[in-house]
Design a protein around this ligand. Structure first.
Ligand code: FE2
Ligand code: FE2
Length: 490
């Protein structure tokens, strides 16, 4: 008998929720993809067919088949991309980016192979843009779908124009090899120049293959020179089109690639300048958290640039009322005039206001998530204890003294939570010995673990151990000028 949702175990519930989330995302992003696949079908007919003939009874089935194939391939592409994104969190955005990149690659490829040379097929464009703005797997899946769609397009066009499908098949295979080489050899952490040189070198992979295939098909003479030139030239052209395209897509899809993250960590960014002048204590704290988070991300194989950028912005919500946070106070403490319940609502609202501000400034969703998740549902211990002391019953629910959450949903959020907690606690603490210092860091992380703050993110116990040892090693190097313990700290 089928169990109701409440009867399922927690792992079964998580699987059901994941499936539901996947279909909700699919329902949101597939309709625009379907519309694009229809437009691509119309474009294909325009390029390879004849409109009147295409919809005649004789060809209608092939035309519908072309549309259905494109629609199905776009659907398969969604599930391929979704399954490889971290908890499918940002898969919708990356899917739409892939659909748009594929569309541009498809249109250009159809035009170049039709009017220039069958080997002029810039599949590398897809691989390049998506390696930089998304990840290797998304790039590979999308390039593969683009290759399949081109084969079907020319298979369809064979009925109308004099096209050699064998030649195109060989070209797709050869240029796909160049795209795989680019996909494997370049990565998003290279500088722009290294990226371009790496891509130009990797694109050479198709040249020997094109020569062998040209010889095998019996084409000799000038084709032996021109076919590899067209193939390599189309990949090289893709490398030069890639830079402006990446800049445009970064803005449209609000992607946190390394170029954007480097811009965001420039201290002249408006939000960081505001933080430095209006909340200098928070600004300095964020810089130290940035150093810790970057080292931790490197140690567990996460994106160090994203970790640093997220750390710089994690406390921007404090800009609403900086003086209510101890790192920005000198002598005056406004909490002395407030009851603990009010103090707590001011303190905890910085995650909510941070999310609003981050969205206003159009920060990437990965950073918005950190602004909202970095305290999870942790209690604000100092004000809870203060309220306990003031209440006559001596009994008070801790729930009214906790952050609204959600708990960290990604490894980066978990890293920021730990780095933030450790930095704030250790800044106001002078340990007696190395052992005491290490034990304190361990107890701070264990406390978050006990509170279940890492229950909703994929961070493992092994990751936590690596994060702990990285922080123990890095913190003394990046945190100077310890201050004496201030009991007013939150
Ligand atoms: Fe915070
Ligand atoms: Fe913080």
């Amino acid at each position: 008998m089928k169990k109701s949702f409440d009867e399922l175990t927690s792992s079964e519930k998580a699987a059901v929720l994941k499936r539901r989330k996947m279909f909700v995302t699919f329902a949101k992003v597939y309709p625009p993809a379907l519309l694009i696949s229809m437009l691509l079908t119309v474009f294909t007919i325009y390029m390879t067919g004849d409109f009147a003939l295409s919809f005649s009874p004789h060809h209608a089935a092939a035309t519908s088949g072309l549309f259905a194939t494109n629609a199905v391939l776009f659907g398969i592409m969604f599930f391929g991309i979704y399954n490889y994104e971290e908890a499918g969190k940002f898969a919708g955005r990356h899917y739409l980016l892939s659909v748009v990149t594929l569309t541009i690659t498809y249109i250009v490829s159809l035009a170049t192979t039709r009017f220039l040379n069958v080997y002029a097929l810039p599949l590398s464009l897809c691989a390049l843009v998506l390696v930089e703005l998304s990840n290797r797997r998304t790039s590979m899946i999308t390039t593969l779908v683009a290759a399949c769609m081109l084969i079907f397009a020319y298979g369809y066009g064979e009925q109308f124009i004099d096209v050699r499908i064998t030649g195109l098949l060989i070209s797709v295979v050869c240029n796909f090899v160049a795209a795989i080489a680019i996909n494997s050899l370049v990565n998003k952490h290279l500088t722009r120049l290294q990226f371009i040189i790496g891509a130009l070198m990797a694109a050479l992979a198709s040249v020997p293959l094109v020569i062998v295939c040209t010889l095998a098909t019996g084409e000799v003479g000038i084709d032996l020179l021109f076919n590899p030139l067209w193939s390599y030239g189309s990949s090289a052209a893709a490398v030069f089109v890639f830079t402006p395209l990446v800049a445009i897509f970064e803005g449209i899809f609000n992607i946190a690639d390394d170029f954007r993250l480097n811009e965001l960590t420039n201290l002249n960014q408006p939000l960081l300048k505001r933080l430095a002048s209006e909340a200098p204590g928070t600004f300095n704290h964020s810089l130290v958290v940035g150093n810790l988070a970057e080292a931790c991300a490197n140690a567990i194989g996460e994106n160090p640039n994203l970790a640093r950028a997220a750390a710089y912005y994690h406390d921007i919500g404090k800009l609403k009322s900086p003086v209510y946070f101890s790192e920005n106070q000198s002598t005056y403490n406004p909490h002395d005039e407030l009851i603990p319940e009010v103090s707590v609502s001011v303190i905890t609202s910085h995650t909510v206001f941070g999310e609003i501000l981050a969205k206003q400034y159009r920060l990437p969703p990965e950073i918005v998530a950190v602004c909202k998740e970095h305290h999870g549902t942790s209690p604000v211990g100092y004000f809870y204890r203060k309220a306990l002391n003031l209440t006559e019953e001596g009994d008070l629910s801790v729930r009214n003294f906790t952050y609204p959450g959600p708990k960290p949903q990604s490894k980066i959020s978990a890293i920021i939570m730990i780095a933030d907690t450790v930095e704030a606690a250790m800044r106001a603490y002078t340990p007696e010995s190395k052992e005491e210092y290490e034990a304190r860091v361990k107890s701070l992380i264990d406390e978050k673990l006990k509170l279940g703050q890492f229950d909703e993110c994929p961070v493992t116990m092994k990751d936590l151990a690596v994060i702990r040892s990285t922080i123990i090693e890095t913190l003394p190097r990046v945190q100077h000028g310890r201050v004496s313990y201030d009991k007013k700290r939150l």
